[in-house]
Design a protein around this ligand. Structure first.
Ligand SMILES: Cc1ncc(COP(=O)(O)O)c(C=O)c1O
Length: 384
């Protein structure tokens, strides 16, 4: 079985956790700061905490309206609510980017905007800025670490960028997320808020390492095929429930930060292989599945490879029967958003995406032969 994502966590990683040292923190800071052209990262236990903190740091008035696409993780919506703001949903186009038309219509009613680089595919923040004006914009780069647009890493074009580095995100490095900002006022306010954040307890950190080690075992190819996938299929949660905002806001543990630092160079190399896989799939997949058209000048990280089809559920089952695990990320977003004030018909593009989108694996552990197998198998799918 080819897993939809790959998660590697070896015994060396496990041992490395207990050796992490404050100097790793400085080294991770340095690596990330260089990568983001001098912007200092603020590490948090989850990206959603970063969203709440940035929203507060932007000095919005009480009850302000925050625009966001509905096809996103429910934790983003929970974070906006926790910050005490209203949500206005903005529609998306078929390339999974923010609809300029819908933004033009709703722009006056919105005080701040979250632009989501979904599945690591860059959206065009400059054009969005030209429509939205001088109001604050956050880039949600939770899935877009190491993606770039016009040779600039994502996260630097708006007022702040938030990243998630936990399990289920690019390479699953680190335990949590971070915020980058080039805006001095936001930065000063974030640092002030960060003074209140504690590190997670030692027990929570140990439990996280043990869990990661267990997951690393479960993602070994043979174990995944014989045990993990069948068990997930039989007993897996439907992920219909909303991801809540954490009870306690904490920092990213040192072990997570040091893992980012240790793997930074290796991850750049992994990224090149993953990009090659993604570009190959664009060429190989039949046009009837509508591969996304990345913006000219963009370099997605190809975290996963999204496609759309009216027969999504049948295709996902068909691929599983051929040993390929396709993903249906955020297919439940259509249910979640109702809890946040969404009315049917608010965003027709989103509703279509949520009911048709599936993803192919394209992680760096897959060989060219496996990529060919994935594309050939999909292209053979015919509606019965
Ligand atoms: C697009 C997007 N934004 C934000 C988040 C929140 O990330 P975290 O789980 O680190 O809070 C997620 C998590 O899945 C996500 O997919």
């Amino acid at each position: 079985m080819i897993p939809k994502l790959y998660f590697s966590f070896t015994i060396n990683d496990f041992v490395g956790e207990f050796k992490s040292h404050p100097r790793d923190f400085n080294s991770a800071h340095g690596e990330i700061e260089n990568f983001f052209n001098g912007s200092q990262p603020l590490f948090v236990r989850k990206a959603r905490i970063g969203i709440r903190m940035v929203l507060h740091a932007m000095g919005l008035k009480a009850g302000a309206a925050v625009g966001v696409q509905p096809f996103t993780c429910s934790s983003v919506l929970s974070a906006i609510k926790r910050a005490g703001f209203r949500i206005v949903f903005i529609d998306m186009d078929r390339n999974l980017r923010m609809s300029h038309e819908d933004l033009k219509n709703k722009s006056n009613a919105i005080d701040a905007l979250i632009v989501t680089h979904i599945f690591g595919f860059p959206d065009d923040v400059e054009t969005i800025r030209s429509i939205f004006g001088n109001k604050p914009i956050i880039e949600d780069c939770a899935q877009a670490f190491l993606s770039a647009y016009q040779s600039k890493p994502l996260g630097l074009s708006a007022d702040a960028g938030i990243f998630s580095t936990g399990f289920g995100k690019l390479f699953g490095i680190g335990y949590g997320g971070f915020v980058v900002t080039g805006n001095d006022t936001i930065s000063a306010n974030l640092l002030k808020q960060a003074e209140q954040l504690q590190f997670p307890s030692k027990a929570a950190i140990l439990w996280q390492s043990v869990k990661n080690f267990g997951l690393g075992m479960l993602y070994r190819p043979l174990i995944y095929s014989l045990l993990t996938f069948p068990v997930k299929k039989r007993f897996g949660r439907s992920n219909a429930s909303i991801q809540e905002y954490p009870f306690r806001e904490t920092k990213m543990p040192l072990a997570g930060i040091s893992r980012i630092a240790r793997n930074f160079t290796k991850n750049q190399q992994r990224l090149q292989r993953q990009r090659a896989n993604g570009k190959l799939l664009i060429k190989l997949v039949d046009q009837r599945f509508h591969p996304i058209e990345p913006l000219n000048g963009s370099e997605p990280n190809y975290f996963v490879f999204p496609l759309q089809s009216e027969n999504r559920d049948n295709i996902v089952s068909f691929l599983a029967s051929k040993g390929i695990e396709a993903g249906n990320f955020f297919s439940n977003s259509i249910l979640w958003v109702h809890a946040f004030g969404y009315q049917p018909g608010d965003c027709p593009g989103f509703e279509h995406i949520a009911s048709t989108l599936f993803t192919l694996p394209c992680h760096d552990y897959l060989s060219e032969n496996q990529m060919n197998y994935i594309a050939e198998t999909l292209n053979k799918y015919h509606v019965a």
